[in-house]
Design a protein around this ligand. Structure first.
Ligand code: TXA
Ligand code: MG
Length: 325
């Protein structure tokens, strides 16, 4: 792919959002902050523009994109919306919930990987919102990282992974949630949880008054975020409570320090209070930091799998998965 000059701009810089919107409207690629992780945006209803996302990320074409819109009523342009979808949209948007629904003919095949459904969300970040309003069109955006690697929660993470491959990075500071959106399919009668994420499944079940079906993976995943190996740092990762052979060459990730970690080369404490919301927010940045140290191993101590803990452990297991296992 042709090399691009990547311009890093502070989102609050006067004219930055307008410039980024113009780049998008010209078919370019713009990374921008959302409340979950940074997204890599392109015009979502333009197949050439959306195609450039796959090139820049090295993303396989079978992995569909999420459309981002400024306001819920714009849903009707891109999807067939049923009552369950409107109820969830009303309750959780703007916010970290992605809804999968039957697509409309306006959506190009490249965005949905040819699936009959489309994924859509309204992000709750002022920069993302201002950008979407300035563009006035749905923006397709996966997480702004090379395919299969750790998701970016800062503009620096985006630059390290994608510099020279995209046009603009809008820096809006570290993201507030740190975990990707929860993905729910409402394409069938029973809502299905396709990906755990920043909204705990229990919260959605409580609101809907039904239990979400859990997606059972098949050979071609309905959601490639569900590929076994994903969100992976370069350094090998294991999730384990066992002692480690060579702590001096090992980085450790713990929810809270217990005082026995001093032999490790580096320790990342996700939340001194043991708070899972804070831990989710810090998770990817902690892994990015440990990965940059060039150690032999990263060991993750498990966290309780309640609330956001389920999504945290999902990401950790995928970071740890190796093909030869
Ligand atoms: O929080 C987020 O969701 C972030 C920010 C940027 O919005 N985006 C994100 O995108 O995580 P990405 O591409 O890394 O993950 C989106 C997931 C993919 O695993 C994809 O397979 C799934 O959404 N997806 C997209 N369209 C789908 C569809 N029609 N059916 C099932 N899954 C779909
Ligand atoms: Mg991703």
């Amino acid at each position: 792919m042709p090399l691009r000059t990547t311009r890093l701009m502070l989102a609050e810089e006067p004219g930055a959002i307008e410039h980024a919107a113009e780049v998008l409207l010209d078919g370019g690629l713009v990374a921008f902050p959302t409340e979950t992780v940074y997204g890599l945006g392109a015009l979502g209803l333009d197949s050439d523009a959306a195609g450039r996302i796959f090139e820049a990320k090295g993303r396989p074409s079978f992995d569909p994109l999420i459309l981002h819109i400024a306001h819920a009523p714009e849903l009707e342009r891109v999807a067939e919306v049923n009552e369950a979808a409107w109820r969830m949209a009303e309750r959780f948007w703007p916010g970290p919930l992605t809804l999968v629904m039957p697509r409309s003919t306006a959506v190009p095949d490249i965005v949905t990987s040819g699936l009959p459904t489309v994924a859509v969300r309204v992000p709750a970040h002022p920069v993302a919102h201002a950008l979407l309003e300035a563009v006035g069109e749905p923006v397709a955006a996966p997480s702004a990282n090379p395919f299969g690697k750790l998701s970016p929660t800062t503009a620096t993470h985006v630059r390290t992974g994608l510099s020279g491959r995209i046009d603009v990075i809008l820096d809006g500071g570290p993201t507030a949630r740190g975990l990707e959106s929860t993905i729910i399919s409402v394409a069938e009668d029973v809502p299905v949880l396709l990906r755990t994420g920043a909204i705990p499944a229990e919260e959605i079940e409580e609101m809907l008054g039904v239990r979400l079906e859990r997606h059972v993976p098949t050979s071609r995943p309905a959601t490639p975020g569900q590929l076994d190996s994903h969100y992976a740092p370069h350094t090998p990762v294991i999730v384990s409570t066992e002692p480690v052979a060579d702590p001096s060459r090992t980085g450790l990730v713990v929810l809270r320090k217990t005082g026995v970690e001093k032999d490790f080369a580096a320790v990342e404490e996700l939340s001194a209070d043991g708070d899972l919301t804070e831990a989710a927010k810090n998770l990817f940045a902690a892994l990015h930091r440990l990965d940059a140290l060039g150690l032999d191993l990263i060991v993750v101590r498990p966290v309780p799998e309640t609330g956001l803990g389920a999504a945290i452990m999902d990401r950790m297991r995928r970071a740890a998965f190796r093909e030869d296992e």
